[in-house]
Ligand binder design. Sequence first.
Ligand SMILES: [Mg+2]
Length: 261
Amino acid sequence: MIPPPSSFLFQFLLLFPLILSHSDSDSGHPVLPRPLIVEYPEFDAVLRCGAWRVAGEANNLGAWAIIPEECAEYVKDYMSGKGYALDLEMVSKEAEEYARTVPLGYDGKDAWVFDIDETLLSNLPYYAAHGYGLEVFDHEKFNDWVEKGVATAIEPSLKLYEDVLNLGFKVILLTGRNERHRSVTVDNLINAGFKDWDQLILRTSDDQGKPAVLYKSEKRGEMEKDGYRILGNSGDQWSDLLGSSISVRSFKLPNPVYYIP
Ligand SMILES: [Mg+2]
């Protein structure tokens, strides 16, 4: 609990004579008495968790399975408050600006790659029910959620999606979801407002067990072999964006809830 400002003032007035009377015996400099050094561990946690989140977004963290325990409230507040929404808008706006200015070939080979989960579709209700990353990822439970097909559009991404289509890009969806979820994924995407994609690539049995960064690099390599120029790539994981056959520009959407290598 943060004391009201009047309490600070009261404490200061109470201790003011002590400040004046206290001095370092060696230097003669006044020494602040201990009670004036007020520490708020919860503020420190917010700063530490902010530093942790930025380190994650900048790809400076090693692999992690769950969020730091002390950051549970911080991540929940960020995801359910304005911070996440504003960060998503910022990424979409910058990507759109780039999409409008990058020279296109207009030969049907200008490609923009989108990841799906936490890029086009939001699974926030699922993660809200599972501690916003505080629980170890459970594939079975998550698949049950996917099969409901009720994920909503990430609105700034839907806007970018429509903008790049209108500009003449071919949209390729590249997801870590399993091929067996194709039908529910297509229905979910359409219900959320996404349409007219060129390809939807899901993991087949050949792709099982591959790290996402390898699987997605291989798929981008195939796009290049098919003559596509990958000019833009949007994903919430660095493994959506790094590896080989990297896009001319990559746009990292925020996601402090989970990490996929
Ligand atoms: Mg994703």
